[in-house]
Design a protein. Structure first.
Lengths: 210, 136
């Protein structure tokens, strides 16, 4: 009988741990500053204007009140991009019915990846073009924007396909603050991303939509 | 303890051990083969670890007519790739692999022809070499 009590206590303890872990807020990443009034100012990603696979302009206006996941890739990429896209498809399908989530995949080879090329790519993946935007635009602006998401991309003739980029998925909240980095080629990391997205939606969107 | 349990414990372990060892050697032999190593290095990034491809973007290699069909044609496909313009079904095309030797391409082909449920006769070196010398 004692054994059962002990088991009960242990499982209660474990449940309590899990619950606390779920309730903890996601960290806010990036350099912080303090306002003259003494408030903490968090790093926020500035506005942008790129074009998606259907020819529509996407800016932070499009993202109003939504959380979003960002990555960088190019359609002729022979190294890690297909694996990243395989994982992003999982995220896409998990949140297909959730209109508070948007996915943004930026090309880092906009000279090749025109709207038409991105459209064909998106069609081949069979994705919903409202939920998952593949973005092209001015190359310098895309590269500068990548830095604002705190990742680095670049051209490199020696790299496979001619460009270098990390395989990160970056999670942002509706205030354009970076909330997490995940390796977009590792399924377990993407599991964590999806858990964090559910947390963010449950904890912050309902209490503080903007 | 009932007799049957004692028997399972006595005789069960060797059976399990043999099965485990057998499985270990079968799988380790496969993943350590030269063909598997070439595949992981040059192909798996796009065609994925089990040759499954990605939707309508990257073709699956399992049960693929191109993989199990004409070896000479496949050798040129691997060496030269396919431009997006010449790729009928897959918009991104495929990059070529100029760095792979004829011997490596042959190893790769023979690996793919007998992986992921595929079954096709091996190609020989002369056939591949001749084909690669005459790719369009």
């Amino acid at each position: 009988m004692n054994k059962f009590i002990l088991l009960g206590v242990i499982s209660l303890f474990l449940m309590a741990c899990t619950v606390t872990q779920q309730q903890g807020a996601l960290p806010i990443l990036g350099m912080k500053d303090v306002s003259p009034a003494g408030d903490t100012l968090y790093h926020t990603v500035p506005d942008f204007a790129f074009t998606d696979q259907t020819g529509q302009t996407v800016s932070q206006q499009t993202l109003q009140g939504k959380i979003y996941v960002v990555d960088f890739f190019f359609t002729s990429c022979p190294s890690i991009c297909p694996k990243m896209k395989e994982q992003m498809i999982r995220v896409h399908e998990e949140f297909l019915e959730e209109d508070k989530v948007i996915l943004l995949s930026h090309t880092i080879d906009p000279e090749h990846d025109s709207v038409e090329v991105l459209h064909a790519y998106a069609e081949a993946l069979g994705i919903n073009s409202t939920r998952w935007r593949m973005l092209t635009g001015d190359k310098d602006q895309i590269y500068t924007q990548a830095e604002k998401y705190l990742v680095s991309v670049g051209e490199d003739e020696t790299a496979p396909g001619g460009f270098i980029h990390g395989g990160h998925f970056i999670l942002l909240d509706h205030q354009h603050r970076v909330r997490g980095y995940y390796d977009g080629t590792v399924p377990e990391d993407v599991d964590e991303l999806m858990r964090d997205m559910h947390r963010l939606l449950a904890q912050e969107y309902t209490s503080n939509p903007s | 303890m009932p007799r049957i349990f004692r028997q399972i414990i006595l005789y069960g372990w060797p059976v399990l051990l043999m099965a485990g060892l057998g499985l270990y050697f079968m799988t380790s032999d496969k993943s350590d083969s030269a063909g598997a190593r070439l595949y992981v290095k040059h192909c798996a990034g796009c065609h994925m670890d089990e040759g499954q491809g990605l939707r309508k973007l990257i073709p699956t290699l399992a049960q693929s007519a191109s993989v199990m069909g004409d070896g000479a044609e496949l050798a040129c496909l691997i060496r030269k790739g396919v431009t997006p313009e010449n790729s009928r079904h897959y918009p991104a095309g495929m990059p070529g692999n100029a760095q792979l030797s004829a011997a490596e391409i042959r190893t790769l082909i023979n690996y793919m022809r007998n992986s992921w449920g595929n079954s096709a006769p091996a190609v020989d070196f002369e056939e591949i070499q001749t084909s690669l010398d005459n790719c369009k």
